[in-house]
Structure formats: structure tokens, C-alpha cells
Design a protein. Structure first.
Length: 198
């Protein structure tokens, strides 16, 4: 039985090889997949609660990859591994490690030198990591959780509400979120910061 995948605007289609990495063969629909992924993500969030993490620990390739594995490892065999295919967005697959390293180093510099507000640092990180598109799937949710981790664990502030809507499904919140991401793509980060806090 194959998984019937329907994609909405802003979602990256999986190729056949990636779809073969599904660890739960009974999943048949996008809705069932979203449900299992959400349960896995909630386990990752539970793991984070009360955990003391420094910027130096968070801003490593190992942490970025292991967080993705915690979020999706019970659903996808390739969770926590950089994508092996090129997508309709994101950089070339071979550039992922160097682009991520540059982002991690930049973010640590921003934090240590207080070059921006905490919100701008967290949201700029989120925007750049999602535009690198490190993984085959789950990049949006992973980038939002990374921003939450940075704002909470590094700066001691409340995690973002991200429009208080479910951004996985087509909705007004998702449309507004994608509009804010596109503004950030053009150099204006403010709408994405506003959306994250709304």
C-alpha cells in the first residue's frame, strides 16, 4: 500500500526513495502521516523541557541533526540525515554542511556580540536554516522549533506562538506565515518576527 501524498503551497515533495523511508507501513494518507509526525514532534518537545542548553551546545551540526532525528525518527528512516536529493527550494545538497556551519558560526557571533535583538537573532536563524533546507522533509517545523530553543534556552524568553495556528495545513495562518517568509527572503525580517510572536 502506497502513501497518498498531497502537497499544499510551500511544502516540498518527497521523491520515491524518500517515501520508501517511511517506518510505519500502515500510514496511507497525508492526515495519518501528519498525526504520527506530530506525536513524534511532541516527544521531542518533552525531551527539551527542563533541559539546560547553551548556545555553544545548540549551535552545532550535531544538535541540529539530532533534533530533527528526535522530531521525526519514529516516522522516517532518514530523519536526522542531510537530504541526498535536490529540491524545489533550498541550496544544492552538497552545499548543506558548509552553509549550515556558516549559519551556526554567524549565529554564535550575533549572540556573543549582541549584534541584534534576541528575537531578530532567533528568527534570522530560523529563516536561514529553512532556506538551506537541510532535510528531505520537516524543515519548516524543525526551523520553528530551533528558533523556540534559541529564544528560550539562550535568551530566557517565552517560546513563539507562530500565529497560534496549525501551519501544517492550508489556513489563513499558513498563508500569513508564507507571506512573512517571502518578505524575509527579500531582506525584510520584521513580518516574520511579528508573525512568530502573534
Amino acid at each position: 500500500m502506497g502513501l497518498n501524498m498531497e502537497y499544499i503551497q510551500g511544502q516540498t515533495p518527497l521523491d520515491e526513495t524518500e517515501l520508501e523511508g517511511l517506518l510505519i507501513p500502515t500510514i496511507a494518507t497525508r492526515g495519518e502521516l501528519d498525526e504520527f509526525e506530530q506525536q513524534n514532534i511532541e516527544q521531542a518537545i518533552q525531551w527539551l523541557i527542563g533541559r539546560r542548553l547553551t548556545a555553544e551546545k545548540i549551535l552545532t551540526e550535531q544538535f541540529v541533526m539530532s533534533l530533527h532525528k528526535r522530531m521525526y525518527g519514529e516516522v522516517w528512516a532518514w530523519a536526522g540525515n542531510f537530504r541526498q536529493t535536490d529540491k524545489n527550494l533550498g541550496i544544492d545538497k552538497w552545499q548543506i554542511p558548509s552553509a549550515l556551519k556558516a549559519l551556526l558560526d554567524d549565529t554564535l557571533y550575533w549572540i556573543n556580540n549582541k549584534t541584534m535583538t534576541p528575537d531578530e537573532i532567533a528568527i534570522r536563524f530560523k529563516h536561514r536554516v529553512v532556506s538551506i533546507h537541510c532535510f528531505s522533509n520537516g524543515n519548516g517545523r524543525h526551523s520553528r522549533l530551533m528558533a523556540d530553543i534559541i529564544i528560550e534556552k539562550v535568551f530566557g524568553k517565552k517560546v513563539y506562538t507562530w500565529g497560534a495556528g496549525n501551519l501544517v495545513y492550508q489556513s489563513e495562518s499558513r498563508t500569513e506565515y508564507l507571506r512573512a517568509v517571502r518578505a524575509a527572503d527579500k531582506g525584510n525580517i520584521e513580518p516574520l518576527i511579528t508573525f512568530a510572536k502573534s
